[in-house]
Design a protein around this ligand. Structure first.
Ligand code: A3D
Length: 319
């Protein structure tokens, strides 16, 4: 039987997700949006490309949760994106309300789905989504680390003028200015980046600039677009997570996952490497961090905690 993916939010990321999922024939697709016309219009537009691109999946648009029933995967982008000058945290109040509605909509209709949240501020919204919906913690996960890592790897590939495939690295922690690029695990064509710094192949200051640009990667795009935020790369990252679940690929991916003591963090969502397979988040991988990484990860965790406390003040149901 064909699988079913529901996309809650049919905006920039939702539409791109639908297109990528259709091209890969991962599943039938339901686009859900409070703006029903957008969901229906995008579903029809993408479906009309199927004779050209030769894919065979069903696409539909709706504003009724009944139509999303028994989804295998749900990817949530419902919410408001940033405008120039805004931080992700500025979106908290409005997106919290939206995510509460979404949680109520999906918990009854798709209690067994693997739920990927993309709505910002990511770590706090995914945590709120899990609390509101009561869905299992290993089935509710946030997308951010794959995107942040992808941005970092792309910038490094430009710097070293080598293909992205020859670079291994990832970014952990919260999805905000406190995110942590794992320099201790970064390999450029098989060589540790820390050794390349020692050998003078790249100056520490230049590397710091690339890390900084990665942290501000989302804001750089918001500034160019003026209306809205990045969507191609975020959608690609969401699809990688969905595919690893649906095909039981057991890929190791940096995602915002529930921590229950791992990385000395309890009862909080934050970006860590996890294994995603048919059971959802099957394992949190505990890496050995350098002292610097440990310190920065801790700081990042603190900022996630602080923002979750702010969320609790906005909605008592989160206490
Ligand atoms: P946008 O194009 O505005 O789409 C959002 C859609 O959500 C709109 O079509 C709205 O109509 C819809 N919507 C609003 N309220 C509801 C509701 N209650 N139920 C269902 N749908 C609703 O935004 P976008 O697609 O560019 O971005 C979506 C979200 O992703 C924003 O919060 C962004 O900040 C976030 N985002 C996260 C990342 C990460 O890496 C985590 C990256 C980029 C964007």
């Amino acid at each position: 039987m064909k699988k079913k993916i529901t996309l809650i939010g049919a905006g920039q990321i939702g539409g791109t997700l639908a297109h990528l999922i259709a091209l890969k024939e991962l599943a039938d697709i339901v686009l859900f949006d409070v703006a029903k016309g957008i969901a229906k219009g995008k579903a029809l537009d993408i479906a009309q490309s199927s004779p050209i691109n030769k894919f065979n999946v069903n696409l539909s648009g709706t504003d009724n949760y009944e139509d999303t029933k028994n989804s295998d995967v749900i990817i949530i982008t419902a919410g408001v994106p940033r405008k120039p000058g805004m931080t992700r945290d500025d979106l908290l109040g409005i997106n919290l309300k939206i995510i509460k509605q979404v949680a109520n909509g999906i918990k009854k209709t798709s209690p067994n789905a693997f739920v990927i949240c993309i709505t910002n501020p990511l770590d706090v919204i995914v945590m709120a989504l899990q609390r509101y919906s009561g869905l299992p913690k290993n089935k509710v996960v946030g997308m951010a680390g794959i995107l942040d890592s992808s941005r970092f790897i792309y910038f490094l590939s430009q710097e070293f003028k080598i293909p992205v495939q020859k670079i291994k690295s990832f970014v952990l922690g919260g999805h905000g200015d406190s995110m942590v690029a794992m320099l201790g695990s970064t390999l450029i064509d098989g060589k540790a980046i820390t050794d390349l710094v020692k050998d003078g192949k790249i100056k520490q200051e230049r590397l710091n600039e690339i890390v900084e640009r990665t942290k501000k990667g989302g804001a750089e795009i918001v500034k160019y677009l003026e209306k809205g935020s990045a969507f191609y790369a975020p959608a690609a990252a969401g699809v990688e997570m969905a595919e690893s679940f649906l095909k039981d690929l057991k890929k190791q991916l940096p995602c915002a996952a529930y921590l229950n003591g791992e990385y000395e963090t309890k009862d909080l969502y934050a970006g860590v490497p996890v294994i995603i397979g048919s059971k959802g988040v099957e394992k949190v991988i505990e890496l050995k961090l350098t002292n610097d990484e440990k310190m920065n990860f801790k700081k990042s965790i603190e900022s996630v905690k602080e923002l979750f406390n702010a969320a609790r003040k906005i909605d008592k149901d989160l206490n």
